[in-house]
Design a protein around this ligand. Structure first.
Ligand SMILES: [Zn+2]
Length: 468
């Protein structure tokens, strides 16, 4: 079959009818203007059109006697909820009748709320830093196995989405697919792929493996010059990236090129940087900045003005400080006290910078969950957030920073059924978040009685057996 060629007259007719006009993108990842209202798309940042009903579970769950914290600012109230397929379809007055065939879950005395989001994870990072790292540990194969083991810790902590901001090779994308298909219980994964840094930049000092361009196994990719930064963005895009993660060091031309390339591809950009590098990233128009690292008051003001969010990740720096500080890193030649980073957090909050929640646990830090996640919310409390405001940061604000707030972050009919049942009132006392009973992601129950469960066994009749 030959492909139809556009002739000049066809093109002119198309332009006249408006068909050839490029729909504008309001912001990176906002693909909404491109689709017919009926188009179904993947539930990730790429929004790929998919056939209707693709990978939707046959869920029919009725939750009764729920004490609902829906994340919208509406006061907690008693409701029944109905989940069908991958969506929350009804939030109604309590005492309603469950539909035919529904699994009924009695939430009496417990709180139903949107699933938590962790904006800063590394699902595949090695068990221990320090040279030489065993090469087997750094392979994509080892990375995928580590990631598969770690997912349950996030799930059992009530975390229903993670933004993975650097992992080895293709491992995070394959983990994402297995979770999305329901084969492995875990949170929804939004993956950046390889971290892009300048030669000798942050992250490169911890790896024995090559981080050279094109080396597929590593979690970090070095790039030099604007062309290599663009190429690195495209390489991650090719792997299936939901977003792009950059880290200092870079020069202005390099960060400008990477941000321009990512935004043209419809991908958001987040940056791990400090001081003058944060200023360069802000000037380049990135979407968010990771960590509570030093930056000028002028940069904070610019972040607020340009709508650039912050994911402060106080908790890993409290951990670093508890061990005596950031020592021996060739790319991080400064110290930052707890006092200084909380002062920065307060300054950003006062300036109106949107603050998101991420834990950045590395090595085997997932063993500290859910404590580390709750600790980060305690850190938000320290900035003056109420318990319920901290929960909104962990759910709706995080969904906004991801670019997924049209589908995640609150419990409203039509949104994806990512929710948790907590034995307590976390909107009054965030410590109750350590008592997560049940977790549903995309309509699939993945945690019951606080423990991850294997997905239902698939029973199929083999086509080759003969009748007895
Ligand atoms: Zn990190």
């Amino acid at each position: 079959m030959k492909f139809m060629m556009w002739t000049a007259s066809m093109l002119a007719a198309a332009i006249a009818s408006g068909a050839a006009a490029d729909p504008p993108l309001a912001k990176p990842n906002d693909r909404s203007g491109l689709y017919d209202a009926k188009t179904q798309t993947t539930n990730d940042l790429r929004r790929l059109p998919v056939a209707p009903g693709t990978n939707v579970p046959k869920t029919n769950i009725f939750i009764t006697n729920a004490r609902l914290f829906d994340g919208t600012g509406v006061p907690v109230r008693a409701v029944d909820l109905l989940i069908q397929g991958d969506k929350l379809v009804r939030v109604g007055e309590p005492g309603g009748e469950p539909p035919e065939g529904a699994e009924v879950i009695d939430a009496r005395g417990r709180t139903v709320m949107p699933g938590l989001i962790d904006l800063h994870t590394h699902l595949t990072y090695v068990h221990a830093f320090g040279l030489p790292a065993p090469l087997s540990e750094e392979s994509q194969a080892g990375a995928a196995i580590r990631g598969a083991e770690r997912l349950r810790y996030y799930a059992e902590s009530g975390i229903t989405s993670v933004r993975d901001v650097a992992s080895h090779g293709m491992a995070p994308f394959l983990l994402k697919e297995e979770v999305a298909s329901g084969a492995i219980p875990g949170p929804r994964i939004f993956a950046a792929g390889q971290l892009i840094v300048g030669e000798g930049g942050h992250g490169t000092e911890y790896y024995a493996l090559s981080t050279a361009p094109g080396y597929a196994e590593a979690a970090v990719r070095e790039a030099s010059g604007p062309d290599e930064w663009r190429a690195a963005v495209r390489a991650n895009f090719k792997s299936g990236a939901d977003l792009i993660k950059l880290a200092s060091h870079f020069n202005q031309e390099e960060v400008d090129a990477a941000v321009d390339e990512a935004h043209r591809l419809g991908l958001r950009v987040t940056v791990d940087s400090e001081t003058i590098y944060t200023r360069m990233a802000v000037d380049a128009g990135v979407d968010s900045i990771e960590h509570p690292l030093p930056r000028s008051a002028e940069t904070v003001t610019l972040m607020a003005k340009k709508g650039i969010a912050s994911v402060p990740t106080f908790v890993p720096y409290q951990y670093i400080n508890s061990g005596g500080g950031y020592n021996g890193s060739t790319s991080r030649r400064f110290t930052i006290s707890d006092e200084r980073m909380f002062a920065l957090g307060a300054e950003m909050k006062a300036a109106g910078v949107k603050l998101g929640v991420g834990t950045d646990v590395t090595l085997d830090g997932h063993h500290y969950l859910p404590e580390v996640y709750v600790q980060e919310l305690r850190n938000f409390r320290r900035l003056g957030y109420s318990a319920s405001q901290a929960l909104v940061a962990a759910t709706l604000t995080n969904a906004e920073i991801l670019g997924m707030d049209d589908r995640l972050g609150t419990l409203q009919p039509g949104k994806l059924a990512d929710l948790i049942i907590v034995d307590g009132k976390p909107d009054q006392d965030i410590e109750d978040l350590k008592k997560v009973d049940l977790v549903i992601v995309g309509g699939r129950i993945i945690v019951r009685d606080g423990r991850a469960i294997l997905p239902p066994r698939i029973e199929e009749k083999a086509p080759f057996t003969s009748a007895k």
